[in-house]
Design a protein around this ligand. Structure first.
Ligand code: ES4
Ligand code: ZN
Length: 322
């Protein structure tokens, strides 16, 4: 079984988090940005835990200063994804990082990412769509401004809205207004939940934000009534097993709950999150899952069909994925 050749649909990546370390180092040299503390002796991203990861992530993004930088990053990311058989991917991207906090420049960044996506589609046959992401540990008021950015650029490339960042900061209900803005504009909704907080966080994302998908969501397994709610409401999980293991949520692939969630009837999909940070690729994810759970190609095909149906693209693009 050669899973590397299987066409894959990936719903959960972060654009800056997909930046190869060598790409960030090259930009740092060009722009004379000091990145001490970001890399270890081997040149990999260095962090000890999730909050430290978020800090290192933010430090690395300091080299991404112009729309042209995001254009280059988008091309670099999509080349690696296409090498792994990925034919469609969605990426979280934040107006808080693009433009160093100047939200006025957001549209130019979207144009750059969209242009790079069009180029990669022509050269590698891969499609990218964007999910605008407020950062949860920044001020709550910022999420509304980010929602305004999302609504202004919602269309062919920007398709969704989904919060990321430190799940310990604030409550989902604090962000309900921003989600209402995105929902009323017709945007698709997801949220990071059930990663560094438990099953009640997953329940809150469903009930307080009305999301159709959840980023991670794996800690729903701690409360079977939340698992039942996911099944009943047809909520799709964007599961990133390699990320969860790298960040110490589960100690081995065998202990990861993705198979138990699937067996309980939850719709699961598979993604990498931030591949170079977590030393993973889509091929690694598939091969590790196949080994840990004796999953055959049929299971991965089912997972990709689930992902195609849950993708935030329009139905014309969706038909090409099914
Ligand atoms: C994240 Cl804001 C952000 N960036 C990258 N990965 C993440 N995981 C959770 N929040
Ligand atoms: Zn994520």
């Amino acid at each position: 079984m050669n899973l590397n050749a299987l066409p894959k649909i990936e719903l959960h990546t972060h654009l800056e988090g997909a930046a190869p370390p060598e790409f960030i180092r090259r930009l740092a040299q060009e722009k004379h940005v000091d990145l001490s503390g970001v890399f270890d002796d081997e040149g990999n991203y260095a962090f000890d835990n999730f909050l430290h990861f978020l800090k290192v992530y933010e430090a690395a993004t300091a080299v991404l200063q112009t729309p042209e930088d995001y254009h280059r990053l988008t091309l670099a990311m999509l080349e690696k994804s296409a090498d792994n058989g990925v034919i469609y991917t969605e990426t979280f991207v934040s107006p808080d990082f693009c433009g160093g906090g100047d939200l006025g420049a957001w549209k130019e960044y979207v144009h750059a990412m969209q242009d790079a996506s069009d180029m990669a589609e022509k050269t590698h046959g891969i499609v990218l769509k964007g999910i605008v992401t407020p950062i949860r540990h920044f001020e709550v008021g910022k999420a509304k401004e980010v929602a305004r950015c999302a609504v202004e650029t919602f269309g062919d490339w920007v398709v969704g809205f989904g919060i990321g960042g430190d799940e310990g900061a604030g409550k989902f209900s604090d962000f309900a207004y921003a989600y209402d803005m995105a929902r009323e504009a017709g945007m698709h909704l997801t949220a990071h939940a059930g990663e560094f907080a438990g099953a009640q966080s997953v329940r809150s994302a469903i009930r307080d934000l009305g999301v159709s998908r959840i980023g991670h969501g794996v800690r729903a397994i701690e409360d079977m009534s939340v698992v039942a709610e996911l099944v009943e409401r047809d909520v799709v999980l964007e599961v990133c097993p390699g990320s969860n293991i790298a960040l110490g949520l589960f100690s081995s692939w065998e202990e990861h709950p993705i198979a138990r969630l699937r067996d309980a009837g939850v719709k699961v999909t598979v993604s990498t999150d931030d591949p170079p940070f977590f030393h993973t690729t889509m091929n690694d994810e598939y091969n590790n899952l196949a080994r840990a759970f004796a999953w055959g190609e049929d299971v991965f095909k089912e997972i990709n069909t689930t992902a195609a149906k849950a993708a935030f693209c329009n139905d014309t693009t969706r038909k090409t994925l099914l």
